[in-house]
Design a protein around this ligand. Structure first.
Ligand code: PHE
Length: 335
């Protein structure tokens, strides 16, 4: 019996070595250690042996059975691994997956360009709150409660005395309250008005400018804005100042630039006028200076404000302002 067990084990291992697939291994397993397998039968026949031989032969039979079971198990696992290998292979020669590069929103880019130009002109960048007191947004800018100019701004009211600022001009007042002249600041920021169409979104962005010193004249305003337009667009872009009205500046002007699309010939973008309105500006109204306690005999200054979307639209030939805020990656990827 002992001999027989040894032979069976050798035979089984040899057969196992020659197998090609998992079914064959399975068949061998049944043949040797299955319920009616050769080794199993040996164990069952233990009772035919003389009692003194049983412990030794029994132990051997059990050992052979355990070893063979392990060998079959290993063989099946090995084959399984081999089968999976090609599918899980790592091809290190494949090119890497490109990582999509992020970029700044076009409005952010143009805001930075605008700020850089004014920084070079000696202006400082300041900011103010989006949720603003009625006082700063209107009252201190010479727009009292019943002033018809309030109708120009379709205001989002947060409460009776709090609004979403309708322009960046309240920052002028906040700056002047805190510091005395000379003042030379620009203030980029979001503004809000109840409006939504091809050229208006309820949230839009402006850059405010303010310069106050002794002897500041309308000529300084023209000089600064001309330099700005030449650097933002090009030297050939001429400007024109048209009389206008803002409660917080006097005199006030709308600043037009030669149409950057048709160069003044007349096109759809400039409504065939050859000019584009891009900046609101003027000399700071003495009433505003009085609100912040500036000496109106000593100081004069100018202020201006422009819509950043408008500048960006002209720069890139975009016709619908709403594109900026739809988060369409196909649109944004172009900048
Ligand atoms: N705040 C004005 C607007 O939003 C623009 C402006 C700013 C005009 C500063 C004059 C001076 O229309």
């Amino acid at each position: 019996m002992k001999e027989k067990l040894k032979v069976l084990e050798q035979e089984a291992l040899k057969a196992l070595e020659a197998t090609g697939g998992p079914q064959e291994v399975d068949r061998l397993r049944t043949q040797y250690v299955g319920r009616k397998g050769a080794v199993t039968l040996c164990l069952r026949k233990m009772s035919d042996l003389p009692p003194e031989d049983r412990p030794e032969v029994g132990r051997l039979a059990n050992e052979v059975k355990t070893r063979l079971e392990l060998a079959f198990k290993d063989a099946i696992e090995g084959l399984e691994k081999e089968r999976k290998m090609p599918a899980e292979a790592l091809d290190v020669t494949l090119p890497g997956r490109p990582v999509a590069r992020g970029r700044l929103h076009p409005i952010t880019q143009i805001t930075q360009d605008i700020c850089e130009i004014f920084l070079r002109l000696g202006f400082e960048i300041v900011e103010g709150p989006d949720v603003e007191l009625d006082y700063y947004n209107f009252e201190a800018l010479n727009i009292p409660k019943d002033h018809p100019a309030r109708d120009m701004h379709d205001t989002f009211y947060v409460s009776e005395n709090t609004v979403l600022r309708t322009h960046t001009s309240p920052i002028q007042v906040r700056v002047m309250e805190k510091q005395s002249p000379p003042v030379r600041v620009i203030a980029p920021g979001k503004s809000y008005r109840v409006d939504y169409d091809i050229s208006h979104t309820p949230m839009f962005q402006q850059v405010e400018g303010l310069m106050v010193e002794e002897n500041i004249s309308f000529g300084d305003l023209k000089g600064i804005l001309t330099t700005f337009v030449h650097q933002m667009f090009d030297e050939e872009t001429s400007l024109r100042f048209r009389p206008s009205f803002f409660p917080f500046t006097e005199p006030s002007a709308e600043v037009d630039i030669r149409c950057v699309i048709c160069r003044g010939k007349g096109c759809r973008v400039c409504s065939h006028t050859g000019w584009l309105e891009v900046i609101g500006a003027g000399m700071v109204h003495p009433a505003v200076f009085e609100m912040v306690g500036y000496d109106t005999d000593r100081y004069t200054g100018f202020a201006f404000g422009m819509g950043i979307e408008r500048i960006t639209m002209l720069k890139y030939g975009i016709e619908d302002i709403r594109r900026f805020y739809e988060n369409d990656i196909r649109f944004l990827e172009q900048f």
